[in-house]
Design a protein around this ligand. Structure first.
Ligand SMILES: [Zn+2]
Length: 336
């Protein structure tokens, strides 16, 4: 039996309840990205409502800034604290997720890319998706270092090519990534439109202001969503400080936390932390979880939630956190 099957079995046998009690004093931060009305893209409204109702009943939901203020500045954090976070700034948060959160009185933190809200750009994975959708049926292969792209022949092929290219592009410098997309578009004689298609559009500043009045924390997620570990320190500075300035100018000065784009350990460096502090952000979150949880205020771990209820229960109950701790303790003992 593999680890995942073991966790599923443990959950079904009361493991989620036990994990919830064992980790009552260890707040969890959950991470979401996209939502849809019907099942399909991202978390659908029926599933999200089930998850929000569950958290409203068994947990103590709060924003990331409320959580860190209690955790790091005295006052403490209530038992079973959980923070729901959503990345990027898509309209589907306003349309699908926020009405549900509001109905259950559950606060959340929404990390927005300010240039995306301003209509200056659309996010590169959406541009890639658009290119693959509009690829010609026949073309000579597009060659780039370490990768070769042919137009996808089916929906399955398109999904596979998309996943391979995302993986490839996450590992290259920001400029290379944008040049790659431009060159692929030109190879296929396509013009990437100025504005994103409807399904990839951003929320507006007015909608953000409305949600902020209703209790949403609007956090920073840079200006143009580069992988900060792949750009110069100067550019990282402009991205972090620029996002904070725009948020304050558009939405007024409020305590806000920050989210590193992509957020894996290689996507930011220690030198970014003083800049995040200088920008006035209360804390910063990553996009992965491990045994450390919330030891570092400017590198808080997050647990991915999803449409799949198993992943949600594992993340929110603390079972995933216990698993990380168990594996770390095993690793440490093996080095003794
Ligand atoms: Zn993001």
């Amino acid at each position: 039996m593999n680890f995942s099957s073991l966790v599923r079995l443990a959950g079904r046998c009361g493991g989620y309840r036990i994990a919830r009690q064992l980790t009552a004093r260890h707040p969890r931060i959950l991470m979401y990205h996209r939502f849809s009305k019907e099942s399909g893209h991202g978390v659908c409204s029926a599933t999200f409502e089930r998850q929000v109702a569950y958290m409203a009943r068994y947990y103590c939901p709060m924003t990331v800034t409320q959580l860190v203020q209690g955790h790091f500045q005295g006052g403490g954090v209530p038992k079973h604290a959980v923070a729901i976070t959503v990345d990027d700034g898509y309209y589907d948060f306003y349309e699908v997720a926020w009405p549900i959160l509001k109905r259950y009185g559950v606060p959340a933190t929404f990390y927005v890319t300010t240039g995306f809200i301003d209509g200056e750009l659309w996010l590169w994975p959406d541009q890639l998706g658009w290119l693959l959708e509009h690829a010609p049926s026949e073309s000579t292969p597009f060659e780039a270092p370490l990768i070769r792209v042919t137009p996808p022949k089916s929906l399955e092929d398109r999904e596979q090519t998309f996943n391979e290219l995302v993986f490839y592009l996450l590992g290259v410098p920001d400029d290379t990534k944008h040049n790659f997309l431009k060159s692929l578009a030109s190879h296929w004689s396509l013009d990437i439109p100025q504005n994103p298609p409807k399904r990839a559009r951003p929320v507006t500043w007015e909608q953000l202001a409305e949600m902020q009045r209703e209790g949403l924390e609007v956090g920073g997620h840079t200006v143009s969503h580069p992988t900060l570990g792949q750009v110069s320190l100067e550019q990282a500075r402009r991205e972090i400080l620029g996002s904070s300035e725009t948020l304050d100018r558009r939405l007024g000065s409020h305590p806000r936390s920050f989210c590193y784009p992509n957020g894996t350990p290689s996507d930011f460096i220690a030198e970014h932390v003083p800049i995040v502090k200088e920008a006035g952000f209360t804390a910063a979150v990553m996009a992965f979880s491990d045994a450390q949880s919330h030891d570092q205020r400017y590198a808080l771990r997050r647990h991915a939630s999803s449409e799949e209820m198993f992943q949600f229960y594992k993340a929110v109950s603390g079972l995933e956190l216990l698993g990380h701790r168990l594996r770390r303790s095993k690793l440490e003992t093996s080095y003794e």
